[in-house]
Design a binder for this molecule. Structure first.
Ligand code: CP
Length: 263
């Protein structure tokens, strides 16, 4: 008889919306023979101003092994994670970090090209508000890629200025173009010119044919069809969006298994 080791409880604590990250972590928890518990923030004591740290301390006291956390407040997550021995996996924090997205994007590119070293990778769109792009840039540069970006100037923050290029340079030279969703919910005022975005910057069939023959398109999701990417591009074999989602399950299963081990 095969004995399956009990890997304990993991809680998912998502203070911002998610489809891909949350469900793939939940699949990963089941695949690792751990038990998934969902803390619904709307019906939890976070709603009664309990802090993230006190939430973590209480989860630990209940015997929960780890938590997968998404929050708009990156600093609060760092602070709370440093003060508990509950295992914390970052499922996206503020505009700064989305480490598992970076890992699954890297796996997707390695499947396609064999390695990241030497690739040119271009982000199109709202890099200023994108934790996907910041985590991706950190990882890809460490692995030896060139990372550039293009888009409207209000979508650029100081840390992206050196990477800014024209839209044609990006589509002409990159091995991978990563389209980003315009994060209207993080803009103080509604973003102007969303309707023009596709024609000026977005991934259209015309731009797909402008790209190098082996170049690919990625999108972290959720995507706004017809805003940052054209409908037809999504069904083109050079668009790897659903491969990214599949790799998200693999990467997160690896992480849950690794961090479920006792030592
Ligand atoms: N890419 C990503 O983080 O998607 P979700 O917001 O749906 O998790």
């Amino acid at each position: 008889m095969r004995v399956v080791q009990d890997m304990g409880y993991w809680a998912t604590v998502f203070l911002e919306p998610s489809t891909r990250t949350r469900l793939s972590f939940e699949i990963a928890i089941h695949a690792a023979h751990a038990k998934a518990l969902t803390l619904d923030p709307e019906h939890s004591s976070l709603k009664k101003n309990e802090s993230l740290l006190d939430t973590f301390l209480n989860l630990k006291a209940m015997g929960i092994h780890g938590a997968v956390v998404r929050t708009a407040d990156h600093e609060a997550l760092l602070h709370a994670a440093a003060k508990t021995d509950l295992r914390i996996l970052n499922a996206g924090s503020g505009t700064l970090e989305h480490p598992t997205q970076a890992l699954l994007d890297a796996v997707t590119l390695i499947q396609q090209f064999g390695e990241i070293h030497g690739l040119s990778i271009g982000y199109v769109g709202d890099v200023a508000h994108s934790r996907v792009a910041r985590s991706g840039r950190n990882l890809f540069q460490r692995l030896g890629a060139r990372v550039i970006a293009a888009g409207p100037k209000d979508f650029f923050s100081d840390d992206w200025m050196k990477a800014q290029r024209s839209i044609d340079e990006l589509y002409d030279t990159c091995d991978a173009v990563i389209a980003l969703r315009t994060q209207s919910e993080r803009h103080g005022v509604p973003t102007s010119g969303q309707n023009e975005f596709l024609s000026r910057y977005g991934v259209t069939t015309q731009r797909l044919s402008q790209m190098k023959p082996r170049a690919v398109v990625l999108h972290p999701g959720p995507c706004n069809r017809g805003v940052e990417i054209h409908e037809e591009v999504l069904s083109d074999p050079r668009c790897l969006m659903f491969k990214q989602v599949q790799n998200g399950v693999r990467v997160r299963t690896y992480l849950i298994e690794k961090f479920s081990q006792k030592n």
